[in-house]
Design a protein around this ligand. Structure first.
Ligand SMILES: Cc1ncc(COP(=O)(O)O)c(C=O)c1O
Length: 922
């Protein structure tokens, strides 16, 4: 028998992150209610309560549905009638149809999905709207029309626009109408299908739906003050508000105002086009298609597809191009069948014939990069085909030369350290806050960075500090507040350059929540801030306050610093592994630039790009970067919200599960970020910990925030160390993950994950918890004692994380300086000469003796254990008792740069003595 629904125990709409997810949940509930009601009727049971459930659920859904084209007025009316006429069977059928159309997205192609009277699947030949016979798949989207017209005319306007469809249109769209400013914002927030907004002049402000939950959604995204906006300006104010939430949207204005004047004004910046009067309806239709077409266009991928279809004879390298050596082979034909012919047809080592050169782009790669810059909010974008490992080296080498100082998180990815070796710049290592309990690091406090800058200033070498190099977000999900970091650093050195390694965070641009924490989002916000006359006024009083401090710089560490608007330069570089968070092939990476002084570094940037970029870049990787950009510009908003929603579901489910939570836990914001960096006191996501308003405030202002999509799952309390648990998940359950710590594993949700993936994970954790319970119950005292000891060793007896000690005096320009920068390239290359090196076993007494009595132990190379993945030793670093203690406690198998059989590779005291005093560019 169908179980009755229990709507009262379901999640409240306001707890949802993504309204689209809330919506499919609600339709599912209404369908379950309909089925329960139908079953009750069939069995002659009372139906009033079930009818009331359906009425209530529909009342909740109906206002939400007014923001989507599907199911639309016809289906909604049919559902309402079914409830009103107490026809449970029809209700169950209609809600089933709607629910599955929403989940599968079939309404985008299936005309039958829109018709209350049609049942079942539509034959494939009808899977396109009838207006386009014979056409293949046409992407579907929705256009939000904001109109002051009476809703009774809406159907007619929709029909009018539908009549404009032509077979040659590349896309198909449906129209959703709303009447007010608030409804338009809600429509753009809720409806992930919306790609374009047409705003008519004369709209009103307040929504006709007065649901508190909608207000909650509104507050999450924008603060609106209707009182301060003149009615005539509401339309452009709306355009601005919409761009704030979804910068990718095309916005059109239809107005009676003097369009010529408006078109040239600053106000018009968020508008794609302005139309005068409604007569231009065909123009609007074409403009809408054109706007979406511009985002859909993938210049390089498009060209590559064309290239693959041409009969081309190749007389260059790359025998796999065209695939003849493969498909004709007696022995490797299976490779061809596995990958398919297109892979080989789309291969070439030529840069002609419609293909461009990544090294000197002038055609479609150039265009694709410009489109990427637009999409990611940068002024320039460069594609990389060898991962962010290489992108980081390119940027470091482009910006730094020997003798420059780079303030860099010691815990950053090794590509930065190697980049510094290559460029000859001196790292000034700054420490992230430690999370000793999980054997990992957080991020570098702003105070630490400011102190490093002020120390350099005090020592007269601020001019040599070129770059601040940080990882945002960190592997474990610590998001900086890049706006604040850059603002305060620029107050100390107004032309400082920032490299933000956003390897994991490329997707963040497309989430209205995460965007505020991205490098490019911050660059745009700061550029606007320093242009604002109000900032100048604020700066004047700030400057007077700072002048009053005189030479006492100590208070600067704890006050909010402001840069001089006349001197400040916004110079921001971001690298992202597009392949890590978007649909690019492995190694697809981008360098995004917002640098007001790029002309100063253009030459070095080119050199660095040439240094590190293969002369045979993989065309498929380039094409996938182009396509990944297309996807994010068209559906990044939906996908990133869904991935975030999913991560919140997993967090909630694991931490509130009566069995799982005994052994496993997803670390909360409070676990991952010490209270001193969370002024908001936000401890965790979702009720009962926080509302969405709290989250927005925290993400706006806190020094660090936790990206919810990166879940540190603590498995130590279940008796597993990270590596062991990772292997168990892979071997027994086919669940793959990447990063581990001593007592945790990192679960990442991205745009590829589904609720089924979440269910799989929850099921596995629940099965494992049950197994542990059973083992402990059946194993008796001995088993329980052994388990407790194991848990204690993993969760309590954790080794202290060693800070960077210092460079040996032989690699310091001034060994007495407070700032810790040193030459790293010199010791790196000294180690190439075997005579300069010695090996000492880690466990040997000699190590302890040298620690006590000298001579100092100085590392000859990088030593990077996995996990945690940061260099415990760098070339030229003096080893301390803490470093050795950590190394001795390490129980991981993979330690790059260290071979237990040989021992630690050190520079000999004689070699160090021979080096003597050093010069800056050594
Ligand atoms: C912070 C960070 N930066 C850069 C990289 C390197 O990126 P890629 O794998 O694209 O070379 C990684 C890889 O894990 C990383 O974690």
């Amino acid at each position: 028998m169908t179980k009755p629904t229990q709507p009262n125990t379901s999640l409240d709409l306001k707890d949802f992150f993504s309204a689209a997810e809330a919506r499919s949940d609600r339709w599912h509930q209404l369908n379950a209610a309909g089925r329960a009601w139908e079953a009750a009727v069939a069995q002659g049971q009372p139906e009033d309560r079930l009818h009331a459930d359906a009425v209530r659920l529909l009342a909740e859904i109906a206002p939400l549905e007014s923001y989507w084209a599907y199911p639309g007025p016809r289906l909604m009316a049919a559902v309402g009638e079914a409830i009103e006429q107490r026809n449970a069977g029809v209700l169950a059928r209609l809600t089933q149809k709607i629910s599955s159309a929403l989940i599968t997205g079939s309404y985008r192609q299936d005309v039958a999905a829109w018709d209350p009277l049609q049942d079942g699947d539509t034959p494939p030949e009808l899977l396109v709207p009838e207006a386009y016979p014979g056409e293949g798949h046409k992407p579907y989207f929705e256009v939000l029309v904001v109109t002051p017209n009476d809703p009774s005319h809406w159907e007619r306007s929709r029909a009018e626009l539908r009549r404009l469809r032509r077979p040659e249109d590349p896309f198909v769209y449906e129209v959703v109408q709303v009447g007010t400013f608030e409804d338009a914002v809600l429509g753009a927030i809720f409806n992930t299908n919306v790609q374009a907004v047409v705003i008519h002049g004369g709209i009103l402000f307040r929504s006709r739906h007065d649901m508190p939950v909608m207000r909650d959604f509104l507050q999450r995204h924008i603060s609106i003050d209707p009182a301060s906006t003149a009615p005539g300006e509401l339309a452009v104010a709306l355009a601005r508000a919409l761009k704030n939430v979804r910068p990718e949207l095309d916005i059109y204005l239809l107005t009676d105002r003097a369009v010529e004047q408006l078109a040239g004004s600053e106000e018009a910046a968020p508008l794609r086009r302005i139309f005068h009067s409604v007569e231009e309806i065909m123009e609007i239709h074409l403009a809408v298609l054109d706007g979406v077409g511009e985002r859909y266009e993938t210049p390089f991928f498009g060209n590559l597809k064309k290239y693959a279809q041409r009969p081309i004879g190749t007389f260059h390298a790359l025998p796999v191009a065209r695939g003849k050596s493969i498909f004709r082979s007696n022995w490797i034909r299976d490779m061809g069948h596995f990958y398919g012919a297109n892979l080989f047809l789309a291969e070439s080592s030529a840069t002609t014939g419609g293909l461009d050169s990544l090294l000197e782009p002038t055609g479609n790669i150039k265009k694709a990069q410009e489109m990427a810059a637009r999409a990611f909010g940068a002024t320039r974008a460069y594609f990389g085909t060898n991962g962010t490992s290489t992108s980081n080296k390119i940027v470091v080498q482009a910006l730094c030369k020997p003798g420059d100082i780079v303030i860099v998180d010691r815990n950053c990815h090794k590509s930065h350290h190697y980049g510094l070796v290559l460029s000859g710049a001196q790292p000034y290592y700054v420490e992230a806050f430690p999370l000793t309990q999980y054997s990992m690091y957080g991020a570098v406090p702003l105070r630490t960075i400011k102190k490093a800058l002020l120390d350099c200033k005090a020592e007269g070498k601020l001019d040599r500090v070129k770059v601040v190099d940080l990882t945002n977000c960190t592997f474990d999900g610590h998001m900086y507040n890049p706006k604040r970091v850059m603002e305060e650093c620029l107050a100390i050195k107004p032309d400082l350059i920032f490299l933000w390694d956003e390897a994991w965070f490329g997707f963040a641009r497309f989430s209205p929540f995460h965007r505020r924490r991205t490098a490019m989002g911050a660059a745009a916000a700061l550029a606007a801030r320093y242009r604002d006359p109000a900032y100048r006024d604020a700066y004047k009083s700030y400057a007077a306050k700072v002048a009053a401090l005189g030479s006492n710089t100590a208070p600067l560490l704890d006050m909010a610093l402001m840069p001089d608007p006349d001197k400040v330069r916004i110079r921001v570089y971001q690298t992202n592994s597009t392949h890590k968070s978007m649909s690019a092939l492995r190694q697809g990476s981008m360098i995004l630039v917002w640098d007001e002084d790029f002309h100063h570094v253009e030459g070095p940037f080119e050199e660095a790009f040439f240094t590190h970029t293969s002369t045979s870049p993989n065309l498929q990787v380039i094409a996938s970067l182009d396509v990944a950009r297309r996807q994010m510009e068209l559906e990044g908003y939906e996908l990133t919200l869904k991935a975030t929603e999913l991560s919140l579901r997993i967090r909630r489910e694991v931490n509130s599960h009566s069995l799982i939570a005994r052994y496993f836990r997803v670390a909360s914001a409070a676990d991952m970020i010490p209270a001193e960096f969370r002024a908001s006191k936000l401890a965790d996501y979702g009720p009962p910990h926080s509302t969405w308003k709290d989250v927005i405030e925290a993400w706006n202002d806190d020094e660090f925030a936790l990206d919810p999509t990166r879940l540190t799952l603590i498995c130590g309390a279940a008796g597993f160390d990270g590596t062991q648990f990772k292997n168990l998940l892979a071997e027994r359950f086919d669940i793959q993950l990447n990063k581990t710590s001593r007592n945790s594993v990192l679960i990442q949700t991205n745009i590829n994950n589904t609720r089924s993936d979440a269910a799989l994970l929850i099921k596995v954790l629940s099965d494992l918890s049950r197994e542990i319970e059973q083992r402990l119950a059946q194993g008796g005292v001995t088993e329980r004692a052994a388990f407790a000891a194991r848990v204690k060793s993993l969760m309590t007896d954790v080794p202290d994380l060693p800070n960077f000690s210092r460079f040996h005096a032989a690699f310091r320009d001034n060994a007495k300086a407070v700032s810790n920068e040193g030459h790293m390239r010199a010791p790196f290359f000294m180690a190439y000469d075997e005579a300069n090196c010695e090996f000492i076993k880690l466990a040997s007494k000699e190590i302890d003796d040298r620690l006590k009595n000298g001579p100092e132990l100085v590392s000859a190379n990088f030593v990077i254990p996995y996990p945690p993945g940061f260099p415990i030793m760098v070339p030229g670093q003096v080893l301390t008792a803490e470093t050795i203690a950590f190394m001795r406690k390490l129980d991981v198998k993979e330690i790059h740069g260290y071979h237990a059989a040989h021992g630690l590779k050190l520079l000999t005291p004689a070699a160090l003595a021979a080096r003597g005093a050093v010069g800056r560019d050594a």
